[in-house]
Write a protein that binds this ligand. Structure first.
Ligand code: AHG
Ligand code: MN
Ligand code: MN
Length: 337
């Protein structure tokens, strides 16, 4: 519904301020942090929209720590996020999918309010050259140690300990979706006024399985339980699956945003031969699991809730099944058989 007047707009800024006012002891440090992510996303959006003109399409010529070819925009988005937090007193460290190691920022003075921000600067970057939607994913943790450079254990916290998580989808419109553990809220960027305006308050995943999302060419590599699940959801045409349709963009943020709105399940399971998943726990699976759980959905490896995994390395990869609760639970039952 269009908003009646400018004064009626609930913006990301005003919404964050409203949430902050529920915590009278809050000094607004965390709210500032979320606002800065909003700002960074506008810069990334603006660069991506002009990518073909600025000469930043295509590969960068480097390989990241995950062994993946970096796109020029992966590198650029990573730099924008690093620059965003470099000046924030409340952020002590960063970790990024595109960096080998954690990044310690200069010693901060606000020892009681130290946050760690982790991000996938550009998700779905193999889609960029074809002008297909991409995204940014972020996860925020509190530093447990209050003095000195945080130890690795501060980065390796379970998803249940995230204080906030979210994503920005750069599609036909730019949408900022976040949770601080009190529901999931979505804001659409009005490019004329440059503000994120509340468009999806208190998002809930519909309890239907409209979409099935997976890279089907990996089917032969999946274990028998996963294959049975995929066949049942896609082809049974029974009950909840009478109208299920296959949809896969290859930009997880895009796939998961669509499924959050329509209902459905996304899976990137382990290869049966190696037991390895592809998606990164700290930058992709955990933040999106928090969003989905807050929206009434679920996220699992098939054997364990994503948010309960104790990470043992920074760039750890996990199998991921995420969507409506009914489908995630069905998957868990089918792989256990
Ligand atoms: P990234 O671009 O950050 O490396 O992430 C790509 C991820 C995810 O967005 C997507 O769902 C998946 O990898 C696609 O992988 P396949 O091409 O193997 O399907
Ligand atoms: Mn990604
Ligand atoms: Mn990425």
């Amino acid at each position: 519904m269009p908003h009646a007047t400018w004064q009626d707009f609930e913006t990301l800024e005003s919404y964050i301020a409203k949430e902050q006012s529920l915590h009278p002891q809050s000094q607004g440090i965390f709210s500032n942090l979320l606002r800065r992510i909003g700002l960074a996303s506008k810069v990334i959006m603006s660069k991506s929209q002009k990518a073909g003109l600025l000469g930043v399409l295509g590969t960068h010529g480097s390989i990241n720590v995950q062994g993946e070819t970096q796109q020029k925009l992966d590198v650029l988005a990573n730099e924008v996020l690093k620059d965003t937090f470099r000046w924030m007193n409340s952020v002590s460290c960063l970790a990024s999918e595109e960096e080998d190691d954690v990044m310690h920022l200069p010693e901060r003075t606000e020892g009681d309010h130290r946050y760690i921000v982790m991000f996938d600067p550009l998700d779905g970057s193999s889609n960029i050259d074809a002008n297909v939607s991409v995204g940014t994913i972020f996860s925020i943790h509190r530093c447990k140690s209050l003095q000195g450079p945080p130890p690795m254990s501060d980065f390796l916290q379970k998803g249940t300990e995230q204080v906030a998580a979210g994503y920005i989808l750069y599609g036909p419109s730019t949408i900022f979706v976040y949770t601080t553990g009190h529901g999931v809220h979505g804001f659409t960027l009005d490019p004329v006024i440059g503000e994120y305006v509340l468009s999806h308050e208190d998002m809930h995943i519909p309890d239907v399985c409209k979409c099935f999302s997976a890279n089907d060419s990996n089917y032969p590599t999946w274990d028998a339980g996963t294959q049975r699940f995929a066949d049942h959801v896609r082809y049974s045409r029974e009950g909840r699956y009478a109208k299920t349709t296959s949809r896969y963009i290859g930009s997880m943020v895009g796939d998961l945003h669509r499924n959050l709105l329509y209902g459905g399940v996304f899976l990137y399971p382990a290869e049966a031969a190696t037991g390895q998943g592809k998606l990164r726990l700290l930058y992709e699976a955990a933040p999106l699991a928090m969003i989905y759980e807050q929206a009434g959905g679920a996220a699992s490896t098939g054997r364990q809730r994503i948010l309960d995994i104790q990470p043992d390395e920074l760039h750890q990869r996990v199998p991921l099944i995420i969507g409506t609760k009914a489908e995630v639970e069905l998957y868990e039952r089918m792989v256990a058989q």
